[in-house]
Ligand binder design. Structure first.
Ligand code: GRF
Length: 193
């Protein structure tokens, strides 16, 4: 019997370069999953356009349209059930998932963070590493647990900060590492599902 194809949902709120990197890896046959849906909380985000041009269905869920976080998450979970989602990849999704959500999809939610966790948690990890003058930072893909930027590490890759680097050049290096590391980490995880 053929193994079941894993159904993936990507959650994103912004630019969507990691979304595109994942979609590209799938298209090139490097990642054997079905990218079923983009879940986005910002209708104006660039990732929405990227999903549409890649032919990926978009679920828009604006937090402001729901009375409470449980209502917001219940609506998203219903979509995940409808599309039989097995695995969730957070890629710049700027909302915290509740412990109830995390528990329901334990070991099925991945996140990418632009630092070597546990160093430089938070929304400004690249700038924080640059300003702190460390010589090495990097990228982490991890399982999501109830804490922010925390949970079992799946893959990490170092990125050196040279004396000649600017914040912009460091951001560029980090993002290009992210675009390779995320598909690799997803591949590792699906091999174990
Ligand atoms: C990435 O740097 C990722 O590590 C962080 O959010 C950023 C998303 O970038 N969690 P993009 O929207 O995928 O371009």
């Amino acid at each position: 019997m053929k193994p079941k194809l894993i159904n993936l949902a990507v959650f994103a709120s912004g630019r969507g370069s990691n979304f595109s990197a994942i979609a590209k890896a799938i298209k090139q046959g490097k990642l054997n999953v079905e990218l079923k849906v983009l879940v986005c909380d910002k209708p104006e985000a660039r990732v929405v356009k990227r999903a549409k041009s890649a032919g990926v269905r978009v679920v828009l869920a604006r937090r402001e349209d729901f009375c409470s976080r449980p209502d917001f998450e219940t609506a998203i979970i219903q979509k995940l059930i409808d599309y039989r989602i097995d695995l969730i990849a957070l890629a710049g999704f700027m909302r915290l998932l509740s412990p109830v959500f995390v528990k329901r999809y334990r070991n099925r939610i991945l996140n990418i963070h632009p630092s070597l966790l546990p160093a430089f948690k938070g929304a400004h990890a690249i700038k924080d590493a640059f300003d702190s003058k460390v010589k090495v930072t990097g990228v982490t893909v991890h399982f999501v647990d109830e804490e922010v930027d925390h949970g079992p590490v799946i893959l990490q890759q170092e990125v050196k900060i040279r004396n000649t680097d600017t914040l912009a050049s460091l951001e560029k290096k980090i993002h290009s590492v992210e675009h390779k590391l995320y598909p690799k980490a997803i591949k590792l995880v699906i091999g174990k599902i």
